[in-house]
Every structure is written in structure tokens, then in C-alpha cells.
Design a protein around this ligand. Sequence first.
Ligand code: THU
Length: 137
Amino acid sequence: MENAIEDTKLYKAAQEAAERAYAPYSHFRVGAAILLEDGQIITGVNVENRSFGLTNCAERSAIYTAVSAGKKQFLALAVSTPDSNYPVSPCGACRQVLSEFMNAQTPVIFGPNEHSLVHTTVGELYPFDALHELAQA
Ligand code: THU
């Protein structure tokens, strides 16, 4: 992320979103926040279902909300997992979806609280991304 202030603000938005998670089965709340080019922040939460496989992760909820609002230029992503005691990284399915809309350099931060954040990028989470390799060809 550009700077620590932006970083903190984005993570805080993810943290607040996590409180709105619908996780009655796992009791594992997740909040995601995406920073848009215009400075706006769009959030998402995990939405579970009694048919477990239908669960939507917070990261995908945020991306789908943003795209549904006509926004596709994403500068950074923050993910908050307040129910874990260590940083939980985005799942494989979410990494694929992130790579659809974010370039390899896009910063990603995740963690259970603001004191134990992991700072990484979409490219580190999802290397050898064929979509972007093809786009550069
Ligand atoms: N989950 C997310 O929303 N994002 C992640 O990065 C990890 C997992 C959700 C899915 C499920 O509702 C709960 O966390 C437990 O796996």
C-alpha cells in the first residue's frame, strides 16, 4: 500500500466488515476491503450456507460487489480474520479471482488484528499467472 495511514484505514474497514460476516457454521468471521482508484473502499464478508460448498469468501464478496458497482480498478486488498490467532491467507479460489482483477504488484495485507499483519502481493499469492502472462504477450 502507498503508506501506513492508507494501510491502517483499509485494514480497519476490513475489520469492521468482519463484524457483519454470516458465519453461523464455522464461526470464523472474515472481512475484506478493497481500495479503489478513486479512494473509495468497498468491503465484503464471508457468507456461509447450510449447503457448505456454497459459501462465499469475504474476498470474493468484496470483488463481486465492486464489479457489480462498475468498479474494476483495485489498488489494494486487506483481509481481517478476527477469530484466528495467526494470519489466515486467502484461499486458492479467491487467489484465482483476485488475479482476474488485480495485477501481480497489487498489495495484499491480512491478519487477525492490526498488530500481526502479513504484507504481500497478488503475485506472491498467485505466481505464474497465465492470464497476466497472456495479457503481456
Ligand atoms: N474464508 C474467507 O472468507 N476468506 C478466507 O480467506 C479464508 C476462509 C471463510 C470461508 C468460511 O466461511 C470460513 O472462512 C471458514 O473457512
